[in-house]
Design a binder for this molecule. Structure first.
Ligand code: ZN
Length: 617
């Protein structure tokens, strides 16, 4: 069968040792005025300009047996000289980025996102295209298979061959893994799901599939059957050290430490595995919230420049709220375990001083230059639209529940967004989430959004959580590694308050400051990020005994420090303070009345999509 597509690609892991993919892009009928081609500057889901074209190491064009001149017009774009088609552009891409965002190739596997390897043919973005996935050179990868959610056109299941996509957007939204991965499968609400695990690992795939199925079924039923995808793929790369996830319309790429995955014979829910399931849940929820319910600014994606929206908090924060909530709703974790996770998220918010300077709307808009390009001043200057977004999503959920007497919730907002924008494929306007939330709540939410989204106030969680019978309190951190979420281990008031420096340290045995916190003792003393503290009161300190040295005196008493800044030895007088109450604790309140208990159960159990009348959307 021969099919002439407007644009066709061939990609081959041609030199795994040198991490080089060889790619051909054939344009059947190039623009007679000269065809423009470019590689995206960013990948949707990761809001940072990455200039993927910098990894193209060689590029040339040919048409009808003759060379075609390619003139570079900006850092990502080439203009091909006018020619009669077909025009074949061949190029090599260097792939050595082991993350979920780019491409990676060696003699053990090949992985790529389309945004790293497939040139966009300007003017032809909306036409169907085909891609031939070719084998590596003889002697390498004889047993390799293919895992991708791209549609197979002429290829055996998991085989090399020809795949297709309806348009360029779809082509670059299906990452591809090629290698000796472990393959497992399960069904969720009648949809076939595959799990492909690469890297060395010893995973109990049966348990993993069982747990993922519960998460997937939760999300599908949450938005309402049928699911918008006809198949789904979890691409998991297990490594010694690494973490990441990126959402796609019918798949996700996850990077995790291999020991976060469950091993055969284990049955307990470790913190690490719970974290992995939360990540998988997060990316799967994105199949609706951001891949289909998407801001107008992403409809369509402008691959050449940053696409700004003030709503990333709604796409990332609300998704972060539901990722763990789905774990308790599907019975994978207990309500108390869920509250601990929520408390840890709130703790991360309450510990950042930047939340008084940057609003969620601003954090969303400036994600490209601030959240994704954090420096040592980040805790003082920015707020995370993930963590504060999740906490504000909780506050919005509780506000709607209270305003509607428990008959409506954020769940209904998400379903209404799905019906009004996601299903018909319409971009959400910048005020779309607020309007639908107010409609669902039946009350004006202007003040809520002014204070918590456009302003920098903290949500009144202590008050809001009483509606579902949960106690929210703040306490001081017990140690540098205290993530919060749980009550103090030492009990109340038994110990003298801990003295702190007001700085974060670089991990390791020496005491090097990574971040100096606004208004803290270190900043007041004149210490700076990068400083190496070598002695406190004339005695050498290390990361292990710093705490002891600071606590030798009551908070408020000055200590003398010897510090290297660059290679210059300096001395500072610093007055440690008592650790602030910035650690959030959430616990189920005992002995609540029946009405509160019913609201708590409604919140933690959720309900399938039918509760909100379809007529309202
Ligand atoms: Zn996300």
């Amino acid at each position: 069968m021969t099919r002439v597509a407007a644009v066709s690609y061939r990609i081959r892991p041609s030199n795994p040792g040198a991490h080089i993919f060889e790619v051909h892009c054939t344009i059947a009928d190039p623009d007679p005025a000269g065809q423009r081609i470019s590689l995206p500057a960013w990948i949707p889901g990761s809001y940072m300009i990455r200039d993927f074209a910098r990894h193209i190491v060689r590029i040339s064009g040919r048409a009808r047996g003759a060379p075609v001149t390619l003139e570079k017009t900006d850092s990502a774009t080439w203009l091909c000289a006018p020619c009669d088609g077909p025009l074949d552009v061949s190029y090599e891409v260097y792939a050595w980025d082991l993350s979920v965002r780019a491409a990676h190739l060696d003699t053990t596997h090949a992985y790529f996102n389309g945004t790293s390897v497939f040139l966009r043919v300007h003017g032809r973005e909306h036409e169907p295209c085909v891609v031939d996935l070719e084998r590596p050179p003889a002697g390498i990868g004889e047993t390799w298979r293919v895992a991708t959610a791209l549609t197979r056109l002429q290829a055996a299941p998991h085989g090399f061959g020809t795949y297709s996509a309806r348009d360029y957007d779809e082509l670059v939204d299906h990452p591809v893994e090629i290698g000796d991965f472990t393959l497992a499968e399960f069904e969720a609400c009648g949809i076939a799901h595959e799990v492909a695990i690469s890297g060395r690992h010893g995973t109990d795939t049966g348990r993993l599939c069982q747990d993922l199925r519960r998460v997937c079924e939760h999300h599908i039923r949450f938005f309402g059957e049928p699911a918008p995808m006809d198949r789904y793929l979890f691409l998991i790369m297990a490594v010694g050290d690494g973490y990441g996830g990126l959402e796609h319309r019918a798949s996700t790429s996850l990077l995790c430490q291999r020991d976060t995955l469950p091993r055969p014979g284990e049955s307990e829910m470790s913190d690490e595995y719970r974290g992995f399931l939360g990540l998988a849940s997060h990316e799967y929820f994105h199949s609706w919230n951001v891949k289909r319910i998407k801001p107008q600014a992403f409809s369509p994606y402008d691959f050449n420049r940053a696409a700004h929206t003030r709503m990333l908090w709604a796409f990332e924060g609300i998704t972060s709220y539901y990722d763990d909530l789905a774990l308790v709703r599907s019975g994978l974790i207990t309500p108390q375990a869920y509250l601990q996770l929520l408390g840890e998220t709130a703790t991360r918010v309450w510990r950042g001083r930047g939340r008084f300077k940057q609003s969620l709307a601003e954090s969303s808009f400036d994600a490209w230059t601030k959240f994704y390009r954090q420096d040592e001043n980040a805790p003082n200057s920015i707020v995370s639209y993930y963590t504060k977004g999740a906490v504000v999503a909780l506050a919005l959920d509780l506000t709607i529940r209270r305003a509607s007497g428990g008959t409506r919730s954020l769940d209904d907002v998400m379903r209404a967004l799905w019906r009004r924008y996601g299903q018909p494929g319409i971009g959400v306007p910048e005020d779309g989430v607020e309007c639908i939330a107010a409609e669902v709540a039946g009350v004006d939410l202007g003040a809520f959004f002014d204070q918590l989204v456009r302003g920098t106030e903290d949500p009144a969680l202590a008050e809001l959580l009483t509606y579902v019978g949960v106690d929210f309190t703040l306490r001081a951190a017990e140690s540098g590694s205290d993530k919060g979420g749980r009550p103090a281990r030492n009990g109340e008031g038994g110990n003298r308050p801990r003295a702190v420096l007001g700085a974060h340290l670089v991990a390791g045995s020496e005491v090097r400051l990574s971040q100096v916190l606004d208004g803290g003792p270190a900043q007041a003393a004149g210490l700076a990020a990068g400083d190496l503290i070598i002695a406190v009161d004339g005695l050498r300190v290390s990361a292990t005994n710093l705490e002891k040295a600071l606590n030798a005196h009551a908070p408020g008493k000055c200590v003398h420090m010897h510090v290297f800044r660059r290679d210059e030895l300096m001395e500072f007088d610093l007055t440690p303070v008592a650790a602030p109450a910035d650690t959030c604790v959430l616990v189920l309140k005992e002995g609540v009345d029946a009405a509160t208990l019913a609201q708590r159960e409604l919140w933690l159990a959720g309900a399938a999509a039918t509760a909100y009348p379809a007529s309202a959307s």
